[in-house]
Design a protein around this ligand. Sequence first.
Ligand code: FE2
Length: 349
Amino acid sequence: MPVSDFELVEAWGQVLALSGVRAGQTVTVLTSSDTNAQTMRTAILAAQARGAIVNRLDLLPVNGGTSLSRDPLAFVGTTPLTGNRAALELLKASDLVLDLMTLLFSAEQHEILAAGGRILLAVEPPEILLRMVPTEADRQKVLAASKVLRAAREMHVTSAAGTDVRFTLGDYPILEEYGFCERPGRWDHWPSGFLATWSNEGTAQGRIVLDRGDILLPQKSYVRDPVTFTIRDGYVTEIEGGLDADLLKGYMGSFNDPEVYAISHVGWGLQDRAHWSVLGLYDREATIGMDSRACAGNFLWSTGPNNEAGGTRDTACHIDIPMRNCTVMLDGNAVVRDGKLVNATEGGQ
Ligand SMILES: [Fe+2]
């Protein structure tokens, strides 16, 4: 359902205020051919209203002839910034980049952040942005849960459907997504509200069983029948099931890269304003599926790259897999039990 420019300007105003944008700072709005026009126009208005110097940088799309999907997260690593030094320097010189294009998982994103820049990704449609305008309370909730995750050395995930998988933790940073960037070098994504980290190389072991209704991204589908992943030494070694398993195997195989089967980030959702049912209400090309990634009490795991976390794996294929009804244990304490959040702020129970 449409939203008004006024509502979205107000929402951007809140995001920019939480991000500490003030008069005289430089905000660059990064756009490409599929950027939402209302999101762009209201971002510019809100940044100007805060007295910022506002640029718009529009880049030409890439990967269209290679990717099998129109989803910006379906083919990662190479972006319109790859080899584009002039554009990169503008972004590095900006205090805040509003990424309405999708730089995620690129070396250039790393370079901007390492230079002290801030990047906020926002590519979901305006009404989804509006429903999940970030708040300071969102940040506090994510940070409280993050403390528990940071102290943990093992994540053990189980489900009635048959999931039983363990990840050793501690070598990689924690990804705290709450929807705004209040300090230099920070990347975030509006909308969000979840936590993730990466299991130590080669340590993921066990079995993950997707139940009917669990979600595959970028397929943006609810699986119709169980899909079983066998995981050995940090890699998916077997995918079994019906049609959903066959389609997934064909898609991952199309990349001709053994690294697509590596385990990537693992974590859980904390956002009460995100809903599992939303994916069924949108055309596939209208959303990237953040509701399912952030939905409170999900278990979100993924395959593919870890360069976002400082690792060396930069495979182009990234599958995010949010699941319902799982129990997530950190060093034996549940932070999610049967798909419901346990009080993570108090260290689980
Ligand atoms: Fe992901």
